[in-house]
Every structure is written in C-alpha cells, then in structure tokens.
Design a protein around this ligand. Structure first.
Ligand code: NAP
Ligand code: G3H
Length: 484
C-alpha cells in the first residue's frame, strides 16, 4: 500500500518541495469520468502567482541532486518502477475512469512505464563523455586535450498529454532525473489524478524534496507562465501541434523537445500481404479509440488491391467491441464532448463530399463508433486533419509516386508504414517519405521506448527515446588541458 498521503478523500494535492499541498487560492478543477460523468477527483487549480514557488524550489533542489552519484539516482528510479508495478491495479483503475482507456491497455501503459524507468535508470549510468586530442586538427600538435562530459541542464519542465498521462510523463521525468536535472511536472488536467498517483510513486521511492515538483492547473492558465519562467532551463512537451507551436513562440533560447500531432499514412503496395497489412492497420488505427499520436490515420492503397484490402479490414472493424473501458471494450468514449464533436465534423464533411461510408458514423454522446470510409479524396478534411478518434479514411492511389506525394503534402511528419514484399521497393519509398520513422510491414507506433522517436514538420522537434532523451536533457561541458 502507498505510504505518502497525497489526498483527502478524492481531493488531491500538488507536490511542492516534498510536501503535498492545496492551492492557496482554494480553487480546484473537478475531474469527471468521460465514460459515465462520475467524479474521479478534484485537483488544485494553481494560479501563476503560486507557480513561481514550484519552479524556484526545483531550481534550488537541483543543485544538490546533480551531486548525488548517478548510481544512487538510478537506484531511486528502480525503486519507483517497483512501486509502480506493485500499485498497477490501483493506478490502472484510475486511468480507466479518468481517460476511459480500457483496463487491458491501462495495465499495459503501466507495465511499459515500469520497464521504461528501469531501462532509463541503467542507460543513465552509461552516458559518457569523450576526450579529443588537438593533434588531429591541421596546424596543431599534441598540445591540448579536450575532456568533455554530459552535465544536466537544470530545471526541466515536463508537460504531458491526456492520452498517456503516465507513460508520457515518465518518458520525460525519468531521463531528466537520472541525468541530474530537477523536474517541474505539469500533468494534463484530464489525466491529472492518474499523474498524481504516478508522482506519489516517485515521491515514495525517495526523491529528495523539490527534485520533483508537481503542479496541476489548466494549461491555458499556468502554461505560458511556466514555459517562460527564467529558471526553467528546458521544456519537454507532448501534446497538440497548436499548443507546441505556441510554446515554441514563447521559449526563446530554451532547448525544447516537442512531440506533437500526426497524420500517419499506411501505404499499401500491390504486392503486399494484404491480410497482414489489414491486421496492423486496424490495430494501429483503432487502439485507444484512435487517440494516439501514432495512430494510422489514413490508408493510401494502390487501386488494383484496394477492394481486397478493404475485404480484409472490414470484418476486423466489425468485430471490435464498443462500450465501457472497465469491460475492456476496444472502442470507448472519447476524452470529451468537444473531441467527439470535432470527429463528427470530419465525418460529416467526408459524407457531404461523397466519401463511401463502409461502417460507422454512429454516435452516442462522446462515444463514436469505429468508422471506415472508402473513396476519400484530397478535398476532404479527413484526408489531412488529425481526428484523434476512431475514423479511418481509405484513399485509393494510382501510383507509388501519388502515395508519396499525398503522404508528404501533409503538414505533419511523424511516421508512415509501407506494406510490400519487395524490400528494395520499400527502401526506395521510405527514402522519399518526409517523416521521422518509416515502419516496414508493421503499424505506426512509438515503442519500444528506447527506439528513436522523431517528428518532423508540425509533428515535433528533437529526438526522444531513452538514450536520446537523456542526451537532449544534458549538454556537453568540456575542460581543455593545455600542455605548455
Ligand atoms: P494539448 O491540448 O495540446 O495538451 C497537452 C498538454 O499541454 C496538457 O498538459 C495541457 O494542459 C497543456 N497545455 C495547454 N495549453 C498550454 C500552454 N499554453 N502552455 C503549456 N501547456 C499547455 O494535447 P492533448 O489533447 O492533451 O493531446 C492530444 C494531442 O497530443 C494530439 O494532437 C496528439 O497527436 C498529440 N500527441 C503527440 C504525441 C507524440 O509523441 N508526438 C504523443 C501523444 C499525444 P491542460 O490539459 O490543462 O489543457
Ligand atoms: O500518443 C502517442 C504515444 O507516444 C504513442 O505511443 O505508438 O507506442 O502507442 P504508441
């Protein structure tokens, strides 16, 4: 059982310098379950005036945290991962209620996060510098030796989205901490109860006061203040491209890691294994009801095999269960009524412009049934916009070049999949795609979490992935020995 007291009933607190605190203003945000409207909890609606203390405390604590040997920092992370595993049922039940992620996927988010933290703790011990001799450079002899190391940046502000409030918090917090940074963590408001449970895990593992400060409150109320704070040395953000670009406009010379939106295409060539492609596409498009940055968000299929591909996809979509997250339904309610309204707008636009509805276009409040369209054309919004919901458009193409063009014409560039049996052809297509990662004969996805994860164009900035994130959260510090 948890030992840290971080709530009074379902009124939750923030973590400030080792103490669980209420907002001084007494204001709170009510977190309601998207699936049944019940109250999950109340969290402090912190004001910008109060936010200053969270950053200052973290900046102060970082000085001594950076001096703690890395193996001791890693030990605390390992302990956190064990506590997370121990508390998986409790936390998964909160995820189920708070973001309507089904129980199986909630448990898997937690297991994956524990693995990520263990891996990060070990990787942190292996981050090394290098030494360079001046003799390699023209005009120099062996008169100088540069010895460089990776040093922490200071305070990392970690901002996570609603769809993975634990995993995408840990993917920022763990590398930042193992590298000797302190962290100010701003959870997504819908997702903040889950995130506070996760913060409690880190607190109980023995982080010194202030090394992790956790502040809840609406992003639109405290976000600008936090990202612009002079004592914040780096911002690691996952969320929409709109908010990511806004943050970038405020942060000046602060290093940024931005993981933003996507419109990942599955390109299916004529010689593809269509049954395999269909399985990957359906799993990629509809898991967590399409609320994943890496969801397959459009199919670009060669016209001669389109009917056959759809013949494989349709029964898989039909077989998906729709209902409650605690019943482990495949498709559950979207995060909010506004999110469902937006998805419906895209569906209505496609219907109006003549797309062929194969299944779906059914809605009960914020529950959208899985929807598949054929004959989608490039004048339809669904060809370009990220629905973040269970809607999948099929765009038939005549040539591989057309598939590449439509993929690259997107404002996004997260991932793409190519399905084919011809490995040379795959590499040719992959080399032309303007995305961070190309998946060959597999769905678009981020994991495993030590792989490099990159978004280009409106999909992000910088490279994530365990070692890459640690590198991004440290800088080179060189000392040069001069042999006089
Ligand atoms: P969002 O609305 O952009 O919110 C993300 C986070 O930013 C939340 O914690 C939010 O707080 C906060 N925020 C809002 N305004 C802010 C501001 N002015 N300054 C600082 N922070 C601010 O995104 P979301 O709806 O949670 O997530 C869905 C989006 O994230 C999709 O576009 C998806 O593709 C993207 N995403 C990308 C990746 C990736 O790895 N590329 C992964 C997951 C999700 P509040 O909750 O309080 O508003
Ligand atoms: O929503 C964005 C997550 O980073 C996606 O991770 O592809 O492993 O589900 P995933």
């Amino acid at each position: 059982m948890f030992r840290c007291i971080f709530s009074e009933g379902n009124i939750y607190k923030n973590l400030l310098d080792g103490q669980w605190v209420n907002s001084r203003s007494g204001k709170r945000d009510k977190i309601l379950s998207p699936s049944d409207g019940s109250l999950v909890g109340e969290v402090p609606a912190t004001t910008p005036e109060e936010a200053d203390a969270f950053v200052k405390g973290a900046a102060q604590a970082q000085k001594s945290w950076a001096k703690v040997p890395v193996n001791e920092r890693a030990d605390i992370l390992h302990k956190a991962a064990y506590i997370l595993e121990r508390e998986k049922e409790t936390i998964a039940d909160i995820l189920v209620r708070e973001i309507a992620k089904n129980k199986k996927s909630s448990l898997s988010e937690i297991a994956r996060t524990a693995d990520l933290i263990h891996f990060t703790a070990e990787e942190g011990k292996h981050i090394t510098g290098e030494s360079l001799s001046s003799g390699a450079f023209p005009g120099f002899h062996e008169t100088k030796l540069s010895i460089s190391n990776r040093v922490p940046l200071g305070v990392v502000l970690a901002i996570a989205p609603f769809n993975y409030p634990i995993n995408l918090a840990a993917s920022k917090i763990a590398p930042a901490l193992v590298a000797g940074n302190s962290v100010v963590f701003k959870p997504p408001t819908q997702g903040s109860v889950s995130a506070l449970y996760f913060s409690r895990v880190l607190c109980e593992a023995g982080l010194p006061p202030g090394v992790l400060n956790v502040i809840t409150g609406q992003g639109r109320a405290i976000g600008d203040y936090l990202v612009s704070h002079p004592l914040v040395n780096m911002v690691a953000f996952t969320g929409s491209s709109k908010v990511g670009k806004h943050i970038a406009s405020l942060t000046g010379m602060k290093p940024l890691l931005l993981e933003l939106g996507g419109k990942d295409a599955a390109i299916v060539l004529e010689d593809a294994d269509l049954a395999l492609a269909a399985q990957h596409i359906v799993a990629g498009a509809f898991s967590f009801s399409g609320q994943r940055c890496t969801a397959v968000k459009r199919i670009l299929v060669m016209d001669p095999v389109a009917d056959k591909l759809i013949g494989h996809i349709l029964p898989l979509v039909r077989a998906m269960t729709v209902g409650r997250p605690d019943d482990n339904a495949d498709i559950t309610t979207l995060i909010s009524g506004e999110a469902a309204d937006f998805v419906q707008e895209l569906i209505d636009d496609a219907m109006k412009k003549g797309a062929k509805l194969l299944i779906g276009n059914k809605r009960e409040k914020n529950l959208i049934y899985p929807t598949l369209f054929d004959n989608v054309t490039v004048d339809m919004r669904i060809a370009w916009e990220e629905p973040f919901g269970p809607v999948l458009p099929v765009i038939r193409v005549k040539t591989v070049d057309e598939a590449v063009k439509i993929t690259n014409d997107s404002e996004y560039g997260l991932q793409a999949s190519v399905f084919s049996k011809n490995i040379e052809g795959i590499f040719k297509v992959a080399s032309q795609l303007d995305v961070g990662t190309v998946q060959v004969n597999g769905k678009t996805e981020r994991g495993p979490d030590h792989f490099p994860f990159v978004g280009v164009k409106s999909s992000g900035m910088g490279t994530q992935g365990i070692r890459y994130s640690i590198e991004a959260m440290t800088r080179t510090k060189a000392v040069v020995l001069n042999f006089n």
